[in-house]
Design a protein around this ligand. Structure first.
Ligand code: NOJ
Length: 481
């Protein structure tokens, strides 16, 4: 499969490239920058939602599943992007949002039966971004379910017409030439039809969530046992197109999802922070499961240099790009972008502006992103621009390119990776006769297996002694098996 060893580059369209001088990225701009993605050695682009949206949740509140947001361009602009991507050998993946629509979607009034309603607040379910999950509708006096912001009403996937309408939309995009979909919030797509209360939690949550959500064990508000009903409808609509699911669950819970999807993201690995033990366990679990992709960063959580610590970013990038299975890279990861301190009024109510800063292409006033002040601005230090990093063999961009060249030579075997027991703070993974060893701590550590010939080092000099894994660094080497 083309995605088995793919590097899938996430384009957050609003922040990638502005072409018409309004300070907001758009599709013609993104098309112009596809060469950058192809030159990196990526295999595909994933476009963050491109549908019309009032932007309560920046594109994840959709008002029409079969159209393009006018700020981003037209359907013809998207056709041109797809054609150019294919010319460059890049696949195109759309972000699709099957769990909910904007309350401004025509369906919300014309087809209330597509949504989940109750005369009173029926249970204790919480919304992901805070507060209860039931919104009061002043028009009907009833309550509708919203798993995210109150402007995002949950669709009722038990309703056959919902499945039919979404299938229609997916087929529309497949017919236009898209190669796959990143499916949003799938753990929320099916919930208990009887709307029973979630019981109190018995253990801390595995991943970040609001404190009130963390108090509950989400056995009814999400991840319902009949999730296959929704997923099979989606699979039937897209045929053999690539499907990667955003399923906010542990790798061990992904079984039912993977019956219909090709891949899921490893949130276990993404949320391991600078904890090498956790990262090693997450890698072992993902490799054993198969169908698990690795995420450097995305638009929802702190970027890799912030999550793992700025000193560990190079080692983590090198290791993640060494793993079998698709790797998802967020625009700016290749420049080492960490979280920024946003300037001006916050735009995202869930405090995610700092992860979504415009790309830094060059050293001009607006960094080559736009001819005017960008929609999102940051205070404080920034990474060197792409053009500067291209010219610097020691830059993050140069490391990423080298890691991707190496990756292309590693082959397609999804099961060839072994996590090797290693000292504290370290993660060591073998693939064939290659060994990747990284150290996220402050002390040098002995390598459990010494490398014999250096292949790649996280920082210049890291591979000087292949019996040692240097602090906040690492190497890839050949090793006697
Ligand atoms: C996950 C998306 O990645 C996030 O940005 C969005 O806010 C929620 N799903 C709701 O659609």
């Amino acid at each position: 499969m083309w995605w088995s060893n793919a590097v899938i580059y996430q384009v957050y369209v609003r922040s990638f490239q502005d072409s018409d001088g309004d300070g907001v990225g758009d599709l013609p701009g993104a098309t112009r920058r596809l060469e950058h993605v192809a030159e990196l050695g990526a295999s595909a682009v994933w476009l963050s939602p491109i549908y019309p949206s009032p932007n309560a949740d920046y594109g994840y509140d959709v008002t029409d599943f079969q159209a393009v947001e006018p700020t981003f361009g037209t359907l013809a602009d998207l056709d041109r992007l797809i054609a150019r991507a294919h010319e460059l050998g890049l696949r195109v993946i759309l972000d699709f949002v099957p769990c909910h629509t904007s309350i401004e979607h025509r369906w919300f009034r014309a087809h209330p039966e597509y949504y989940v309603w109750s005369d009173t607040v029926p249970n204790n379910w919480r919304a992901a971004f805070g507060g209860g999950a039931w919104g009061h509708d002043p028009v009907t006096g009833r309550y509708f379910l919203h798993s995210f912001f109150p402007e995002q009403a949950d669709l009722d996937w038990h309703e056959p017409e919902v499945r039919r309408r979404i299938a229609e939309a997916l087929a529309f995009w497949v017919a236009r030439g898209v190669d796959g979909f990143r499916l949003d919030a799938l753990d929320r797509i099916m919930k208990d039809e009887r709307l029973r209360d979630d019981p109190p939690a018995t253990e801390p949550p595995p991943f970040p969530m609001t404190p009130e959500d963390a108090k509950l064990d989400h056995v009814h508000s999400r991840n319902a046992p009949d999730v296959g009903v929704a997923l099979q409808a989606i699979r039937a609509a897209v045929g053999s197109a690539f499907l990667v699911g955003e399923v906010y669950l542990r790798t061990s819970e992904m079984g039912p999802y993977l019956e219909a999807l090709d891949e899921v993201f490893s949130f276990d690995a993404m949320h391991s922070g600078p904890d090498a033990r956790r990262l090693a366990k997450a890698i072992a679990a993902g490799v054993a499961r198969g169908q698990t992709g690795w995420v450097l960063s995305n638009h929802d959580f702190s970027r890799l240099p912030t999550r793992a610590g700025p000193g560990n970013a190079r080692a983590c990038v090198m290791l993640l790009l060494f793993l079998p299975g698709p790797v998802f890279m967020f625009q700016g990861d290749e420049l080492g972008m960490g979280d920024a301190v946003p300037a001006g009024e916050p735009l995202d109510r869930n405090a995610r502006d700092g992860f979504r800063m415009p790309m830094r292409w060059d050293t001009s006033e607006h960094a080559g992103f736009s001819s005017t002040t960008p929609w999102l601005r940051s205070d404080g230090s920034q990474v060197p621009a792409a053009v500067e990093q291209s010219a610097d063999p020691g830059s993050m961009l140069s490391l990423v390119k080298r890691a991707l060249t190496l990756r292309a030579s590693l082959g397609q075997d999804r099961r060839d990776a072994r996590v090797i027991e290693s000292p504290p703070d370290t993660v060591v993974v073998a693939r064939g006769d290659r060994l990747a060893a990284i150290n996220l701590g402050d002390e040098p550590r002995p390598a459990p297996v010494a490398g014999t010939r250096l292949v790649l080092e996280a920082r210049p000099g890291d591979g000087g002694d292949l019996s040692v894994i240097p602090p906040h660094g690492g190497w890839i080497a050949t090793a006697a098996s």
